[in-house]
Design a binder for this molecule. Structure first.
Ligand code: AKB
Length: 316
């Protein structure tokens, strides 16, 4: 039996991860939410939920105690572009929140998953097949909080024995809950425009490559890393994982195989473009493959076919 608290359960990852964990484990899988982002529908009806503001350590501790939580998925964060607009809030949630989670985990013996990101890398990092252990010098607040979060999570593991684990997510693509304020969001938005028959305005320039992943693989990674045999883990916070890398032209051409009418026009957003250019073109995920058997199942074409089919069911 596993009792899990998901902080940020109504967000892009949380809304799907919570449902996946409820299918997999038979304990209490608690959907933590903040006021104004309450769970609805199946997420609300299929299991317990609790008001858990990550900036409130007592609220986290009370929920952990009430449900005898053994694992916390800490998914609260502002994505990269919005974190640049609100750097103070990004730090408060990303680092203040993580500190609260780690303190509760230390005192109440929980394992902790905190997603990291390709955003930990910066302009001085090798761009292609970026290695697991390399320069992390981001110049964005998002990246700064993610690198600091990796270091703090490793510190709690080494110093206090807290079972902290993490993966560096690339851009995540899903047809369920849209992302908000990320640099890689264009790769989700383009599918919505294609299916709805709307012209797509692309905020990222042609030739800008970034790693991306379909949500089912991302959920699998988040679960598999927490179930991994700890004696095999050389790394913890955080693992490179990868499944595909493309630029706007490549994804648009792939979608056009199925929706030839798709029209795309570039309207580059300077902030997102600068962030995208500071991130790797592609990651080397050998360590994740070797230490916990990470292996993605979707490539660009299988993802595109599934995204289009699912969005057509919704939008006709
Ligand atoms: C973002 O674009 O901010 C995120 C990420 C890659 O971490 N999707």
């Amino acid at each position: 039996m596993k009792n899990v608290l998901i902080i940020g359960s109504t967000g892009q990852i949380g809304s799907e991860l919570t449902m996946e964990l409820r299918k997999r484990y038979n304990g209490d899988i608690v959907a933590g939410y903040i006021s104004g982002a309450e769970p609805k529908g199946e997420l609300l009806e299929s299991g317990p939920s609790a008001l858990v503001d990550i900036t409130n350590e007592q609220q986290i501790a009370e929920t952990v105690s009430k449900y005898k939580i053994d694992t916390i998925y800490n998914l609260a964060a502002l994505l990269s572009a919005v974190a640049e607009a609100k750097p103070q809030l990004a730090w408060k949630i990303g680092m203040g929140g993580l500190f609260n989670v780690l303190e509760v985990a230390r005192e109440m013996h929980c394992a902790v998953f905190t997603p990291s990101s390709i955003g930990v890398f910066g302009n001085n990092t090798p761009k292609d097949k970026t290695p697991q252990d390399t320069i992390r010098n981001p110049r964005t607040m998002y990246g700064v909080t993610k690198v600091s979060g990796e270091l703090l999570s490793d510190y709690y593991n080494i110093r206090f024995g807290v079972d902290t684990r993490s993966v560096r997510f690339p851009g995540l693509i899903s047809y369920v809950t849209p992302p908000g304020g990320g640099t890689t969001d264009y790769a989700v938005d383009i599918y919505y425009s294609a299916v709805k028959g709307e012209k797509f305005e692309c905020p990222i320039a042609a030739g800008t490559f970034m790693d991306m992943m379909y949500m089912p693989d991302a959920l699998h990674a988040a679960i598999q890393i927490m179930e991994a045999d700890p004696t095999r883990l050389v790394h913890r916070n955080s693992f490179n994982i990868a499944s595909m890398s493309f630029d706007p032209e490549i994804i648009a051409n792939n979608i056009k195989k199925y929706i030839p009418e798709l029209q795309m026009e570039y309207k580059v957003d300077p902030l997102r473009q600068a962030i995208a250019e500071s991130w790797p073109n592609s990651l080397d995920d050998t360590c994740a493959r070797e230490e916990w058997d990470w292996k993605p199942t979707y490539d660009l074409d299988t993802m595109t076919r599934d995204m289009i089919a699912k969005l057509k069911e919704r939008f006709g």
